[in-house]
Design a protein around this ligand. Structure first.
Ligand code: AMP
Length: 143
């Protein structure tokens, strides 16, 4: 899929927002939702999405919506730092398939980084759900 296009109501994150698919939720406010990535690149890999904006990527989202996403990103990055004590934290997002985007609902990755341990984007296996829930609880406790 290209960087331009129409929003697909059937994308995975739209289904999560409609509760048609489960997620391991970490945080939610009036406008944003954060949940654990099920194919994590590291321990504590989270995604932050907007709940109301039907935006495919950074180019489509409103400035206000982007601000709401980034406010939650900062909150969760701080919580991940406190809860998991990583050596660093990558905050990133991808726009269009050639850039690495696979889900076309705008989202930001929070990827704690531990020395010598980081999988490449879209290279990890599916996480154990109990382990994801434990990590989510640790991060929630630090919010
Ligand atoms: P991107 O490749 O930047 O579009 O990121 C999409 C991310 O969503 C990837 O890191 C996937 O591992 C992750 N992902 C895909 N399906 C799910 C799901 N059902 N729940 C949580 N994360 C998912």
């Amino acid at each position: 899929m290209s960087i331009d296009g129409t929003y697909d109501q059937e994308n995975i994150f739209a289904k999560i927002l409609r509760a048609e698919m489960p997620c391991v939720k970490v945080y939610e406010d009036a406008n944003t939702l954060a949940f654990m990535d099920v194919f994590p690149q590291s321990r504590g890999h989270m995604l932050v999405i907007h709940k109301h904006e039907q935006a495919r990527n950074l180019l489509d989202v409103s400035v206000d919506g982007l601000g709401q996403i980034m406010a939650s990103v900062q909150k969760l990055t701080r919580a991940a730092n406190q809860a998991l004590s990583p050596d660093g934290i990558i905050v990133t997002q991808f726009n269009g398939a050639p850039a690495g985007q696979t889900v076309y609902h705008v989202h930001v990755h929070i990827i704690p980084k531990y020395e010598g341990d980081l999988k490449l984007h879209a290279s990890g296996g599916m996480a154990d759900m109990d382990a994801l829930n434990t990590l989510a609880d640790l991060i929630k406790a630090a919010l």
